[in-house]
Design a protein around this ligand. Structure first.
Ligand SMILES: [Zn+2]
Length: 170
């Protein structure tokens, strides 16, 4: 997809990491997923890398016909996942956290995968702590962590100023 409407620093990073942005409709595998989870397929973006392949792909939702300035926040979010997927161990680590550890639901590693990206959105003012927690505690993320604990973590990081870069992915 044409990424030229994005911010120059985003375009630079996408090129530096060799990331490709594609629409889920371009993939028969995603189309198959869409048969069963149509709403999710139409609205959710997914960043993916197979462990045996260096290619990182940002899959835009099926409902995204072209990349516009409205996707700038979305791309900021997905770039967090691109950075986490970049090391050789990245896809394994993210896969295990997403689906297995410590539990698939309620106490899921998806919270660790997503929280720094959402913290950044709160810092930039595109989300509030409450809207970030509401979004995370939804079907999209399969209710990964108890909301009061998520809220407490966001507030503590806003206070101490920690970021993923000075702490590491988890
Ligand atoms: Zn995410």
């Amino acid at each position: 997809m044409d990424i030229s409407p994005l911010r120059p620093d985003q375009i630079d990073e996408i090129e530096r990491l060799g990331v490709v942005v594609r629409n889920k409709l371009d993939s028969w595998a995603w189309r198959l997923v869409g048969v069963f989870f149509w709403t999710w397929h139409r609205s959710a973006w997914t960043t993916w890398r197979w462990p045996w392949n260096e290619q990182i792909t940002i899959w835009a939702s099926a409902g995204t016909s072209s990349i516009t300035m409205h996707h700038i926040d979305k791309i900021d979010h997905e770039l967090f996942h691109c950075r986490d997927l970049r090391p050789r161990s990245g896809p394994w680590k993210i896969g295990v956290l997403n689906f297995l550890v410590p539990l698939p639901l309620v106490f899921s590693g998806r919270w660790f995968v997503e929280r720094w990206a959402y913290l950044e959105a709160v810092r930039r003012g595109t989300k509030t702590v409450d809207s970030a927690v509401d979004k995370l505690f939804s079907f999209t993320y399969l209710y990964p962590w108890p909301p009061p604990l998520m809220r407490r973590w966001f507030k503590a990081r806003l206070k101490d100023g920690q970021t993923q870069t000075n702490r590491g992915p988890t």
